[in-house]
Design a protein. Sequence first.
Length: 350
Amino acid sequence: MTGPVVLGIETSCDETAAAVVSAEGGVLSSVVSSQVDVHAVYGGVVPELAGRAHLELLNPVIDLALTRAGSRGATRSGSGFTKTKSPVDAVAATIGPGLIGALLVGLSEAKALSLAWGVPFAGVNHLEGHLFATLIDHREIDWPLAVLLVSGGHTMLVSMEGPGRYRLLGETVDDAAGEAFDKVARFLGLGYPGGPAIERIARGGDPTRLALPRAMLEEGLDMSFSGLKTAVVRSVKRSPEISNEDVAASFQQAVVDVLVTKTLRAAERVHARGVCLAGGVAANGPLRRALAEAAAGLGLGVFLPSREMCTDNAAMVAAAGAWQLEHIGPTPLDIGADPGLRLTLIDLPG
């Protein structure tokens, strides 16, 4: 592959990731070290433990990503790669949003490598990284897209006119969809993370067993999932004989119904050429199938990232960083981590 080669680093939450990506979007390597086992006993991510794990894991993960990419024969010394020969053309890292301690680990490492190798640095918004994940797997896209970015921390609908051009159409007014998955899974005793656990046992359940609400289904593009979680708890306490499989299937179907309905409404509102999923919950099989079938039925293009690109990874960070360096320029090295960083939006008509 030709073009600049970018090392991406992602440490916004509980995944320690590094990847090497070419400017054209080709993934030369992608390494993700999950901390699920570290946090599972607590039922969720413990920020202090996440930061410590990143400190232990990041250098080995970067080494492995560079080795797998065969990045120009970089050599190791006792304290890291030598300054005399940079293995990449640039370094990109997530600067926010996320856990401040976790973000600082990856950001500090990226700045150090940028200085040591004498290459430019790109500070990437984690949310924009997720939007670029689809571009890694789909090179030819008709714009605009209606993008559903759905994860444990965010649920939002974005009109994507092209790389770097986003307009917020709607978002959750309370819990993110992924957060609701985690809470329901915890209530049912399924462990953490909740999304895969719910999807797994829901395969053996009846999605019509519980009559659960679809909040705000007919109202605009904003969403709400807090009440759905409460409805699950009340339904189980009222009818304890209902199996976990049926509860999980009913809950998952309610979430999917809302997400698909809102995404298609967003696509209609902005006259989108296609729809797209992004974020960790985008790996959910029933959601992927339901959105693909509904969108195809309306003649819309369907652009789904691979499941590997849905969850937090550094390939999406490197891809976003490569675009940023070409169209905006390097990020100053005095930039800090921003745990509450918002997606940069433009004022589009419509």
